[in-house]
Design a protein around this ligand. Sequence first.
Ligand SMILES: [Zn+2]
Length: 100
Amino acid sequence: MGESKQSASTEASKSHRVKAFGPSTSGSLWCLHCERTYDEMSYAESDDLLDGEPMQMCPYADCNGDAVVDAWDWSKLRELHPEYPEKPVPNTHYPLYSKR
Ligand SMILES: [Zn+2]
């Protein structure tokens, strides 16, 4: 009804990772540093600025991983670990290399 539908501002557009790489296929991200997962839309803002905006970090307080370059699409990790669940459990450690 004459409603102009331009530049849909979704939560996703706030995420630097989504801006850089587009949305993940799984909706979950896996952190290369702490090997835990979090929702694609979650991140912690750092005091450090990147292009005038706070850097987006892994939302787990004890992790200094970056939410852009250190975050993998969960589906990418599952290609290496098909035994991992389709929906990862937050705050659970999912190692990239199984330790024996
Ligand atoms: Zn992390």
